[in-house]
Design a protein around this ligand. Structure first.
Ligand code: MG
Length: 172
């Protein structure tokens, strides 16, 4: 059994992952409207991956006999100053998510809940990638410094990103 404290935190995390999905969908529409359909594609895939993260937690809570309770998803920002602003916001958000995941892991360690620690390790590892991706794109945008041809090439590069289910854990 999951402790009540851990189950509450997992339910809060499910909501946070759905909020992340909503945030990235909003960013995708912003990028599409700005004429960057490749960057919009990159955010649409983020949108799907965040839903996968929520589902992994739903399946995990259920597999441990925990009751999943879904709460309202808060509104997300809809406007940004620039593409750089979008990715800086992404990194800032992912750092908050990392802190939440670390908090979940703290509770699991405190509870001596080894199964939860094992499942949460997947999220700990995933957050390294999330922060790394956003940092890399911020670096590229700063290098380009608004160069039109460079931005066109970056848009082409991100258009090539293909969605794969985040993990087989979404079905477990
Ligand atoms: Mg996530």
């Amino acid at each position: 059994m999951l402790s009540n404290r851990l189950l509450d935190a997992i339910n809060a995390q499910i909501n946070a992952e759905m909020w992340s999905a909503y945030l990235y969908l909003s960013m995708a529409t912003y990028c599409q409207d700005a004429g960057f359909s490749g960057i919009a594609n990159w955010f649409e895939i983020q949108f799907k991956e965040e839903q996968d993260h929520a589902m992994i937690l739903v399946k995990y809570a259920q597999s441990r006999g925990g009751r999943v309770t879904l709460k309202a998803i808060d509104a997300v920002p809809t406007e940004w100053k620039s593409l750089l602003d979008v990715f800086e916001n992404t990194l800032e958000h992912e750092k908050k998510v990392t802190a939440m995941i670390n908090n979940l892991m703290h509770i699991a360690v405190d509870d001596k809940d080894f199964a939860s620690q094992s499942r949460l390790q997947w999220f700990v590892d995933e957050q390294i990638e999330e922060e790394e991706n956003a940092t890399e794109l911020i670096h590229k945008l700063k290098l380009l410094d608004g160069n039109g041809f460079g931005l066109y090439q970056l848009d082409q590069e991100l258009a090539a990103r293909v969605y794969n289910t985040a993990s087989p854990l979404v079905k477990e």
